[in-house]
Design a protein around this ligand. Sequence first.
Ligand SMILES: Nc1ncnc2c1ncn2[C@@H]1O[C@H](COP(=O)(O)OP(=O)(O)OP(=O)(O)O)[C@@H](O)[C@H]1O
Length: 301
Amino acid sequence: MSIDAAAPRRPHGTDVAVRADGLTLRYGRKTALDGVTLALGTGVTGLLGPNGAGKTTLLRILATALAPDAGSLRVLGHDPLTGPGRLAVRRRLGYLPQDPGFHPGFTAFEFVDYVAILKELTHRGDRHAEVRRVLSAVGLDDQRRTRIRALSGGMRQRVALAAALIGDPDLLVLDEPTVGLDPQQRMRFRELFADLGEDRAVLLSTHQTEDVMSLCRQVVVIDRGAVRFSGTPAELAGLADGRVWTSDAREPGALASWRTGTGLHRHVGDPPPGAQLLPPSIEDGYLMLVDLSASAVDGSS
Ligand SMILES: Nc1ncnc2c1ncn2[C@@H]1O[C@H](COP(=O)(O)OP(=O)(O)OP(=O)(O)O)[C@@H](O)[C@H]1O
């Protein structure tokens, strides 16, 4: 099959790339997802949540690497809980897992080429052109022949992203894609994701609220296996409107309180009378939502 045959133009008018309803998943006695319901359309959606919230579990289900115990799912118009549906989704999906499982002896080119073969790009010339295209898209033209064991962590991350881009997928599921990247590469990746999100759905989990602010059309916050928020980044920041203030000292009554680089303290919660209010960031909105008892901020909450 040639690249063209493997990558038909994505259908127009299919606004909802993913629709999940009541997704539940348990690892033994641990409930990792507890009735997750969401819809993802064209554009970049950021998935935020504390460590252990269930982000990777959710992404693995959407990427067909894991089946939920309960709930229903449509991905790109298919049901990935059936054999034929799963195959159809995998053909049109790009997935960057948290741990891509590189063979360190492969060169960057060989690894991405291997993924391209698995994606049924069997015509050698077309496939190699596609491998060069995606390696170039992530800025690895000069490292094509370098063995993965000799690449830095950030460069390996770029190889993994290149593999996810093979075949110009209609849905990109990216688990912490900007981890380990230097600021210049992070900026470059944001631009690449924004371009990719022009005409397809891109879901990325991240702990970087700046990533969400600068490139996401939609943001979903999950905590303890459930969706706590779904809306625009501005709406997430808006949750903390009138609830962020600054002062000289720590405020034990605040939900979160931390010392900033200026020496002043920033607080999120119920401000005392006369407090000097600050415009909220999406991080402030996020802090209003998640269970901070599980992850103390600066030891003060
Ligand atoms: N294979 C597994 N066996 C048992 N428990 C698991 C397994 N994988 C994940 N968990 C648990 O399920 C919960 C959700 O984990 P998950 O990796 O989805 O969270 P996450 O939001 O991606 O976290 P992080 O931000 O730290 O990557 C956590 O409590 C985790 O300990």
